[in-house]
Structures are given as C-alpha cells and as structure tokens.
Design a binder for this molecule. Sequence first.
Ligand code: NAD
Ligand code: UD1
Length: 340
Amino acid sequence: MTILITGGAGYIGSHCCVTFLQAGHDVVVVDNLINSRAQSLKRVEDITGCKLFFEEADIRDQDALERILAKYDCTAVIHFAGLKAVGESVSQPLDYYDCNVVGTHRLLKAMEATGVHQLIFSSSATVYGDPQYLPLTENHPTGPVNPYGRTKLMVEEMLTDVAASDPKWRFGILRYFNPVGAHASGAIGENPLGVPNNLMPFITQVADGRRDKLSVFGDDYDTRDGTGVRDYIHVVDLVEGHLKAYEALQARSGNDNCFTVNLGTGTGYSVLEMVRAFERASNKTVPLVIAPRREGDVAECYADTKKAEETLDWRAQRDLTAMCHDTWNWVCKNPRGYDD
Ligand code: NAD
Ligand code: UD1
C-alpha cells in the first residue's frame, strides 16, 4: 500500500511519515518545501531504516499530482500541505485561499483522474471559533474568525459534498488542537522559520537564549490563573491518530464514507502552566512579561475526545512532561533546526 503524504517534509507530516513507514506502508511525499527542508525526510529514513520517495512539487500542479499518484500506484492520500500562519492569512488572504482551497481542489481532481478515493485531511479546532461550550464536541457550531480558519472550513465542506456525491470516496477530517513535542529520538521536530507565532516554539527559543522573554498575551481571562488555556497534544499521538483514521477508513462503505473527529487530549493547560512544565523539563528559566491580549484569542479551548475514542479507537497517551521533554531534546540536538 503506497500512501501519498502531501506536506510530508513539514512538522506534522514528517512525524506521520515515521508512523506510517513503521506500520509497514510505503510512503511518497509531495512537498514544495515552502516551509520545510528535505533534510527532515532524510532523518525520517534514519529513524525508520526505511526508504521513502520524495517528489518536490506543488499541490496546485494537477498534472504533476496525477503523474505521481499513477507512478507510485497510490491507494490513499494524507493531506498536510498548506499554509498555516493566522496573521499572514489576514494580510495575504488570496495566497491562503489559493494554496489551501484551490490546492485541495486540484488534489481531489488528480485523485479522481487516477482512481484514488481515500483522503485524510488536516483540519483545525480553529473552525469552531469562539467556544459556546466546553469541551468542544464535533457538532459544536463552526465560525472561524480568520481567513486561515475559513480555508479549513471550506475544505471540510468541499470534502463533505464530494463524499455525498459518490460513495466511492472516503474521507477522514481531523480537527487538531495544539500539536507540540517531537519524536523521542530528537531527530525531527518543529522548525519554525522567523519569529514563532505559537507558544511552544516561542518558549523554547527563550529557554535556549535566542529570545529575551516570553510575552504572555493576557492574564485577565476567566481561567484558573487568568492566562489562555489550550489542549496541547504530543505530535506523535496526533500522527498515531492518523494511522487509526486510515485504518477506520478501510472499514467504511456506502454512505458512511466521511467522518469528522477531534484530535486532542481533552485536557487544557494555561500559558503559565506550560511555562512551568517546560522549565521543569528543561531545567531552564523562561523569563516572561504580561502583555495585552492577542486579537482573535479565546480564553479556553479543549476537545471532547469521546468521538475519537469511538470512531478511531484512539486516545492520546503522552503527557505534558513528555511534550516538554521531547521538544527540549529536539532543540538541544538541533539548535539551528535542520540548518546544522
Ligand atoms: P508545516 O508548515 O510544517 O507543514 C506543511 C508542509 O506543506 C510544509 O512542508 C510546506 O512546505 C508544505 N506546503 C505548503 N504549501 C504547499 C503546496 N502548495 N504544495 C506542496 N507543499 C506545500 O505545518 P504543520 O504544522 O506540519 O501543519 C500541517 C497541516 O496541519 C497544515 O495543513 C496545517 O494547517 C494543519 N494544522 C496544523 C496545526 C499546528 O499547530 N501545527 C494545527 C492545526 C492544523
Ligand atoms: C493558534 C491560532 C490557531 C491555529 C493554532 C495552531 C491564533 C489566534 N490562533 O492557536 O488558528 O490553529 O495556533 O496551533 O493565532 N501565547 C502567548 N505568547 C506567545 C504565543 C502564544 O501568551 O508568544 C498564548 C496565546 O495567547 C494562547 C496560547 O499561548 O493563549 C496558545 O497560543 P498558540 O500556540 O498561538 O495557539 P492558539 O492560540 O491556540
């Protein structure tokens, strides 16, 4: 079984390659390297002792995708490729609609042309917008508050419509909460280019001295310590959820051909709790200042995990200590990411 992994050189995609190779699948990666390094794939091969195939291509290039799907006789696609920076999506919305929405449309056209009908999609809890209740169940109303989130919701809707049009299609839509951590080997991990937007990469760059201090965006939320609460999930748990989703898709038939599932732990941690946990795991101090709230942030966001347990027979295994420890291990072994 050859699985096409789009965006497989990126943070989550590279960990997914490891999990699928170790489960005995053949893997071909399509990535245009706009936010990653091909070096990550070499590391995947080192970790697994398996060869994978890499095709440098853009998902908007339908001809290239058709050629690749046919060349490797692919049976399914795991679709990570896309742009993901919320602020950039506000200033460059056309790039986001083009890459995330048009790109997925071209991918589906290429799959249709080559007879490949199974896809797992990287969506995000951002599609829920401001939570009306917690924990967030999959049938919570959607209402994304930025262009990035809207591209994710549009793709979800496109997949739902295509699934309804013909039972030969099978889709798994996975809504990620906050992926953090790295492979236990420390050989692959998150390698943000420029100033990190997300909390964990920022904390690590303060801990390793690249930045002076963390700005905590608001300490006056209605949460246990006033700082924002999120559902952080270890990236290896997250990609194991993809393997379970792939297995669940094999068992689907008829009109029961599309599912939407949260991938989170069900537990929220505050910004200050994350900082303290990271300090314990790294034995470093993370200086911080309290800054104004960040526009668009919600106070609390965490997953209801029941549907994932029932649909995928999956639940996250790794705790906050492992998330922080594995992140720090990766950073210590690769202080300049893949540029060493
Ligand atoms: P990433 O940027 O590390 O990986 C995305 C990969 O896609 C990169 O290797 C990039 O080079 C590639 N890519 C981008 N546009 C492409 C195109 N047009 N053609 C081919 N390749 C292209 O990001 P990630 O954190 O690994 O996220 C993977 C997916 O998961 C994304 O779709 C993202 O929106 C989604 N997601 C991520 C998070 C998160 O916090 N990391 C949360 C929710 C959802
Ligand atoms: C952000 C995105 C979300 C995306 C997710 C991917 C916004 C508004 N939301 O979510 O769409 O799906 O990343 O993982 O950008 N924080 C600080 N200081 C920092 C960075 C973050 O205090 O320097 C706080 C935030 O206010 C928040 C928490 O840390 O309370 C987590 O932030 P972040 O890692 O950016 O994730 P989200 O806000 O959940």
